[in-house]
Ligand binder design. Structure first.
Ligand SMILES: Cc1cc2nc3c(=O)[nH]c(=O)nc-3n(C[C@H](O)[C@H](O)[C@H](O)COP(=O)(O)OP(=O)(O)OC[C@H]3O[C@@H](n4cnc5c(N)ncnc54)[C@H](O)[C@@H]3O)c2cc1C
Length: 382
């Protein structure tokens, strides 16, 4: 979305100053605001649309250990220490969501393993290597070679790597819980303003909306796939990628785990009431899906329908179709960085590459620590 010169022209009014402004009210922005408020800072959250409007309320709800690539590949590419750190972060993320935000109280919370499925011998070999390395590094996991639920019966994977301590949740419930917990814990420190699009920064690095200037000491940009709009240089590293999804009913289907197939290109799980949540096939039309649009397309939705029928091997009744946009980083690892392209103390946190449910809160904590200590991301950025 672009803003015309005419709407920017009036001199903005000064909003109530705060110590920090967080831009974007998704998982990252909300949990970062909590971290800032815990450290005694007053925080204003500015959201262009409404609470959780971006990927945070549109995703599949996997609370899954690790990132899209296998542990073996991550170790090979980034070194064992980095891979083990990001795996550890995802475990700490779930612990944080359970302990601070009490997500296990939510009706939609499921303590359910996630299962990374290999369909070819080469992928199976990679999962075996990953399992060995995970165990050596102290991460609990098992290798599964057979199963009797719907996926194992119809898809007949070579092997699956199971993360036994993962979970799943309705992401919209999670977003609301993050907001409620934040407001309950820090009612005097945090203000959330919806329908407040930050259009640019003033010469001192203060965020401006069409009507107001927000004076503050630090800014944290948590706008995910839209990062390049405010931070053209740093944000250009974040590639918008659309994910399309289905919710459906299918008689007689049981899924014993949340399944991750084709290196996360496809994902399927079952909620408490039996509804099947299925998404992905992004790699089928990769260029078309590199967009920040949240529109569904006929081609991709038809492919998802076909995939659902194949995996479930039964008639399906689709009850919802939607799309959301992820922010992919060049490495697939989170990005925490100071945006030196503007004056002032402006930071970015994001690029969670399809794993923001599983990494967002822990990454936001690290971002706030980095801002306070003025030190960059612990992960390779490109
Ligand atoms: C289809 C799909 C399935 C997924 N499945 C999973 C999953 O199962 N498990 C998992 O771990 N992750 C999953 N993800 C990824 C996860 O949803 C994201 O990584 C995570 O939600 C990112 O959170 P965020 O707060 O960084 O960004 P977002 O939730 O996208 O929030 C960014 C916010 O910034 C706002 N904004 C943008 N520009 C401005 C501006 N100029 N001014 C003010 N506000 C602005 C937006 O309106 C938006 O609300 C999935 C994503 C998608 C799209």
């Amino acid at each position: 979305m672009s803003i015309s010169h005419w709407k920017r022209s009036p001199v903005p009014m000064r909003a109530e100053p705060s110590d920090a402004v967080v831009i974007g009210a998704g998982i990252t922005g909300l949990t970062a605001a909590y971290e800032l408020a815990e450290r005694g800072l007053s925080v204003t959250i500015l959201e262009r649309h409404t609470l959780g409007w971006g990927a945070s309320s549109r995703n599949a709800g996997f609370l899954m250990r690790g990132v899209a690539e296998s542990y073996a590949r991550c170790c090979h590419e980034f070194g064992r220490e980095t891979a083990s750190r990001v795996w550890r972060w995802s475990e700490e993320n779930l612990a944080l969501l359970r302990d601070r935000y009490s997500i296990t109280d939510l009706d939609s919370y499921q303590a359910i393993p996630s299962s990374i499925v290999a369909m070819s011998e080469s992928e199976a070999e990679e999962l075996r290597t990953s399992a060995n390395m995970l165990e050596e590094d102290g991460f609990e996991c098992t290798l599964q070679t057979s199963g009797d639920d719907t996926l194992w019966t119809n898809v007949k994977p070579e092997i699956a790597l199971v993360n036994p301590n993962d979970a799943a949740i309705n992401p919209w419930d999670l977003v609301n819980r993050l907001k409620d917990s934040l407001m309950r814990a820090h009612p005097d420190k945090v203000t959330l303003i919806e329908n407040a699009e930050v259009t640019h920064f003033d010469p001192n690095g203060h965020p401006l909306t069409r009507s107001h200037a927000f004076l503050c000491k630090t800014v944290l940009v948590c706008t995910n796939a839209w990062a390049s709009e405010l931070l053209p240089s740093l944000g250009a590293q974040i590639e918008p990628n659309r994910g399309q999804m289905l919710a459906l009913r299918a008689k007689g289907v049981t899924l014993d785990a949340s399944y991750y197939l084709n290196r996360g290109s496809e994902y399927i799980r079952q909620t408490h009431d039996g509804t099947i949540i299925l998404g992905g096939m992004r790699t089928l039309r990769e260029t078309e899906e590199q967009t920040a649009s949240d529109a569904t397309t006929h081609a991709l939705q038809s492919a998802l329908d076909g995939y659902a029928r194949k995996v479930l091997n039964t008639e399906i009744e689709v009850i919802a179709r939607w799309a959301g946009t992820m922010g992919f980083s060049p490495t697939g690892l989170p990005i925490i960085a100071k945006a030196n392209e503007h004056p002032g103390n402006i930071w970015f946190c994001g690029g969670l590459t399809g794993h923001g449910m599983s990494l967002g809160a822990r990454t936001a904590k690290a971002a706030v620590e980095s801002m306070q200590a003025n030190k960059p991301s612990p992960f390779p950025v490109s």
